[in-house]
Design a protein around this ligand. Structure first.
Ligand SMILES: [Mn+2]
Length: 275
């Protein structure tokens, strides 16, 4: 790739769900190829082992993302991978270091201006995943099959020369919203990280991207996902944390490097719903 890369000190991404039908893998790939950083945090649910087991679902695009991640490690970037519930099989590898790639249950990331952040996927704070796991499994399958039904419909729409539609987004958001709200997810994550002495937490899991400072300055950061929102959190060289949201209207980042190219891969449906 000849395109110039955008440099950040750190990049945080989660919920790529490689292997799942609805994953915006080409967009994730374009994003990862457009950045260079000292630290790349993979904040869980990178590979979808719940729905991606069947061979036909794993495409060369998914393999390509893995290749890019390995390449970033080889190029000197410290890649830190904290698995989530969909890639929980990777948890068995905690403590493993493969060159510049580290796998752990969670990480401490200290920003350049000295803020101690806990980096963790966050499913262990989601009671549907801990106490009511069958609910989480059913939710994941519904999520997946809605995506497949929509893809089938759109194939027919294209054959007929009609517009493609996305009827699943509101439903999928609804499922995620229900899971998040019913378990007080954010509050539990914040409370736990604060008690452990962190000044902020970077998590994923609920597909709700945000950087929200609490009243006491504690930072709640959710990296979002590459299924619904296409988001990443970056730390600039001066320590400023920023949420990049490729699923939203083009904003001041429009002119920055690969923004437009990634957006064109994200899809065209408008996303006004902040969740
Ligand atoms: Mn998750």
């Amino acid at each position: 790739m000849t395109q110039e890369k955008t440099r950040y000190r750190s990049v945080f991404v989660s919920d790529l769900h490689l292997g799942a039908v609805g994953a915006k893998t080409e967009a994730a790939q374009a994003f990862l190829q457009s950045v260079t950083c000292d630290y790349l945090y993979l904040v869980g649910d990178v590979i979808d082992g719940w729905v991606g087991r069947k061979d036909r679902k794993w495409t060369s695009a998914h393999t390509e993302v893995i290749r890019i991640l390995l390449e970033m490690g080889n190029a000197g970037c410290t890649v830190r991978y904290t698995p989530g519930n969909h890639d929980a099989f990777m948890r068995r590898m905690h403590g493993v270091r493969l060159g510049n790639i580290e796998i752990e249950h969670s990480f401490l990331h200290t920003t350049v201006d000295g803020k101690d952040l806990l980096v963790v996927h966050g499913d262990l704070f989601d009671r549907t995943c801990t106490k009511y796991q069958p609910v989480a499994f059913v939710g994941a399958w519904m999520y997946e099959y809605l995506g497949m039904a929509n893809a089938t419909l759109n194939k027919k729409q294209i054959e007929r020369g009609a517009r493609t539609v996305d009827f699943t987004s509101p439903m999928k958001r609804g499922i995620k919203k229900f899971i998040g709200k019913s378990t007080n997810y954010e509050a539990d994550v914040i409370e736990s990280a604060r008690e452990d002495g962190f000044e902020g937490v970077v998590c994923g899991h609920v597909h709700r991207p945000q950087i929200t400072p609490e009243a006491d300055g504690f930072l709640y950061i959710n990296t979002g996902d590459w299924v619904e929102n296409c988001t990443a959190v970056v730390e600039h060289d001066n320590g400023t944390l920023e949420l990049l949201n490729f699923g939203r209207e083009v904003n001041e980042h429009e002119k920055r490097g690969a923004w437009e190219a990634i957006r064109s891969l994200v899809g065209t449906e408008s996303r006004n719903d902040p969740e």
